[in-house]
Ligand binder design. Structure first.
Ligand SMILES: *Cc1c(COP(=O)(O)O)cnc(C)c1O
Length: 400
């Protein structure tokens, strides 16, 4: 099955009336014929649903579709991308543990790591997530490496294979936030990643109409008792240990579930991911090539020949550079003037919409960051982030 076919038929909707879309089960609870049946559902001895914070058929269908697309053994949908990042990490971390993370991460994730300090969890940041940079930071307390595949907004690209090899040689999993790459560019499990998370609010949904997140497990990582003693009680689940622990533990008890309606919206959006990404990548490349010919403007887009990640984009992403580019306009004033002069691009803090969106990063999404954090994320006073949409390229080209 090709990518676009798999979006429609990869994990088919299994509805007794033949509905072509998973119906929206917008309910809190599910009733059962007898006390015995509900007992079995609660004890995971019988399939079925009891309460939508724990499981819901619409959500289940969305999870199965994403798991199939990423080539994972299962997925757990969450209320937001941030909740997916939080749950994916807290499912394996405890006080005293360390995580190695990229310094150029999404602002919310950087702030999350600061929040986790009070619980005794320490993040060690590396300027670049490469095998060489992470290896010296690994010690007996390290429990995970967390990175974005294409940093938002830094747009640095991670070589999954070499980084995962270092992780596995040290008995720790590689967690990847693949929001900006999407499965259209790459399936990270095929290159050695262990857990993938997405902010489904972005490209998976595509229409900018729901906040949502999802965690997918490759099922390949071996959770060793010494490093991950909390997994001991989940050994009976075999390769499903991570997902079982997540579902029966922190995710359920923190109440991180997605609403059935948002799962439905993301499920519908997902079906056109291939078409949208094809167009978006094409538009982004054309726009980046046009912008880099302009005086006083520098463009950062991983698929450009001048990008240090050009080779990796070819080998890992089949030449596709994704939908985000950043521009340095020369000064903050020029950046503001440029943003205000745009005809169709919306000034908004989001990415992955079918509409082109622009934002001045330093004064918005990096407002609360330190100068050092900004610099490490490639955020300068004159940086504009563009999330390219599916408009006709001629309407985007006069962008400047
Ligand atoms: C948006 C985003 C998030 C957070 O997702 P929400 O759905 O807004 O909570 C996390 N990681 C990346 C790379 C993002 O772009």
């Amino acid at each position: 099955m090709g990518f676009n076919t798999s979006l429609l038929h990869g994990a088919a909707v299994n509805d007794k009336f033949g509905a072509t879309q998973p119906p929206i089960y917008q309910v809190s609870a599910f009733s059962h014929d007898s006390a015995e049946t509900l007992e079995k559902v609660f004890a995971n001895r019988s399939p079925g649903f009891s309460y939508s914070r724990i499981g819901n058929p619409t959500v289940d269908s969305f999870e199965k579709r994403i798991a199939a697309l990423e080539g994972g053994i299962g997925a757990v949908a969450c209320s937001s991308g941030m909740s997916a990042v939080t749950m994916a990490l807290l499912n394996i971390l405890k006080a005293g543990d360390e995580v190695i993370a990229g310094a150029g991460l999404f602002g919310g994730t950087i702030e999350l790591f600061a929040d986790l300090k009070q619980f005794g969890i320490t993040a060690r940041f590396v300027d670049e997530v490469t095998a060489e940079c992470i290896e010296p930071l690994i010690n007996e307390r390290t429990r995970a490496v967390f990175t974005e595949l294409i940093g938002n907004p830094k747009l640095d690209v991670v070589d999954i294979k070499s980084v995962s090899e270092v992780c596995h040689a040290n008995g720790i999993p590689l967690l990847i936030d693949s929001t900006t790459a999407t499965p259209y560019l790459v399936r990270p499990f095929e290159h050695g990643a262990d857990i993938v998370v997405h902010s489904a609010s972005k490209y998976i949904n595509g229409g900018g109409n729901s906040i949502a997140g999802i965690i997918i497990d490759s099922g390949k990582f071996k959770w060793d008792s010494e490093k991950f003693p909390a997994f001991d009680g989940y050994k009976i689940f075999g390769k499903f240990a991570y997902l079982a622990k997540l579902r029966n533990g922190f995710w359920r008890n923190a109440g991180a579930c997605i609403s059935p309606f948002n799962a439905y919206m993301c499920s519908v959006g997902l079906e056109t991911l291939g078409l949208r990404m094809e167009r978006i990548c094409c538009n982004a490349k054309a726009l980046a090539e046009h912008l880099q010919t302009l005086d006083g403007v520098t463009v950062n887009y991983p698929a450009l020949e001048a990008s240090p990640y050009h080779g990796l984009v070819q080998s890992q992403f089949g030449g596709r550079g994704g939908g985000i580019l950043t521009i340095r306009a020369g000064s903050r004033e020029k950046a503001f003037r440029l943003i205000n002069s745009l005809k169709y691009a919306l000034i908004a803090t989001n990415i992955g919409d079918i509409r082109t969106l622009v934002i001045h990063t330093a004064s918005t999404i990096y407002l609360h960051a330190t100068d050092e954090q900004r610099e490490k994320a490639g955020v300068y006073d004159d940086t504009i982030r563009v999330s390219v949409g599916i408009e006709d390229i001629n309407d985007l080209n006069p962008f400047i």
